[in-house]
Design a protein around this ligand. Structure first.
Ligand SMILES: [Zn+2]
Length: 323
């Protein structure tokens, strides 16, 4: 996996990511053209379709990063915007996250289940920023950073399926913004910013608290304590506007919740994320676990595995060394 260090303002940081990962971005655009065409959609048609989201996010700092990524990679802003609106186009139901307060500190783990073609596009970004938290984030190439560890918190993100989707700020821009939070209160404020196009579950952990912010476009609810989260709402208030949820999501949630009770260490988290009994480690042909990560908040480290976690290709990154 490619590790990229960045610093400075949003455009500058994006430019470095784009320059370092230009080949990955180009391959992703070709892969997603194929993915869309299997659905009978032409790339230009999708590019036109997502333009309606642009006025809702173009003044955000995250869009400054995207502009920098375009300038550094030579891939157009429009093409990168299509990729970052993938969840406004496709209804994905993927990813498992777990977080627990252990004797050694708070741990947060995440399996990123996504299109199999992105397994070889995993990058880790280490960002130094003036006046904002430093972060380490694992992502698939051209997608804005959102899963990872900052010097204030760790975040795992899960797709959900609300009925109230609308034109507004694309989900990835919301989850990206949460990495800018300095406190749990700020993280909740950013995860629930107005004018959201859809919703996610944001599983957030700090050195002394764990909570999920379940969101849709117009509603949210918060659940506190050590927990697992997959792709269905756990809050009754949110379930009332859920479109559907999958058997896989329930199975992964139940399995991860049981396994989490005995988990005490990063190694135990690796084992949960590698579980096949409940399908947490996903080996699907089209959609699979493309990377896993575990944030150890006390030690300020992020363990990242490219591909299925059961295959054990883990690397450890340190926020302190980086910062
Ligand atoms: Zn596996």
């Amino acid at each position: 996996m490619l590790y990229i260090e960045t610093e400075g303002e949003s455009f500058e940081r994006g430019h470095v990511v784009g320059k370092s990962a230009a080949g990955i971005f180009a391959r992703m655009v070709e892969d997603y053209k194929n993915i869309f065409s299997k659905e009978g959609w032409d790339w230009d048609m999708v590019r036109a379709r997502v333009q309606k989201y642009l006025p809702h996010c173009s003044s955000m700092s995250a869009y400054g990063e995207l502009r920098g990524m375009a300038s550094g990679s030579g891939i157009s802003e429009d093409d990168l915007f299509v990729l970052n609106c993938a969840e406004e186009v496709f209804d994905m139901k993927s990813c498992t996250s777990i977080a627990k307060k252990t004797e050694g500190g708070v741990l947060l783990g995440h399996n990123e289940d996504w299109y199999a073609s992105d397994e070889t596009h995993v990058i880790v970004i280490g960002a130094r920023r003036r006046g904002e938290p430093c972060f380490l984030s694992a992502t698939c190439g051209a997608f804005l950073a959102s899963v990872g560890l900052t010097d204030s918190l760790a975040q795992g993100v899960n797709s959900v399926s609300p009925k109230d989707i609308r034109e507004g700020i694309p989900r990835v821009f919301v989850s990206r913004a949460v990495l800018d939070a300095n406190t749990p209160h700020e993280a909740i404020g950013l995860a629930t910013m107005g004018n959201r196009a859809g919703g996610y579950n944001h599983l957030i952990a700090t050195s002394d608290t764990i909570f999920s912010v379940e969101t849709s476009a117009t509603r949210h609810d918060i659940l506190y304590g050590s927990q697992a989260h997959t792709n269905h709402y756990l809050s009754e208030k949110m379930r009332a506007i859920e479109k559907e949820h999958s058997e896989s999501s329930k199975r992964r949630y139940e399995g991860a919740s049981i396994l989490l009770k005995e988990a005490r260490s990063v190694e135990d988290f690796k084992n949960i994320l590698s579980d096949h009994t409940h399908g947490i480690c996903n080996h699907g042909r089209e959609e699979k676990t493309v990377f896993s990560c575990i944030a150890d908040i006390g030690k300020a480290t992020l363990h990242v595995c490219e591909g299925n976690p059961c295959e054990g290709k883990w690397r450890e990154f340190s926020l302190r060394e980086h910062g």
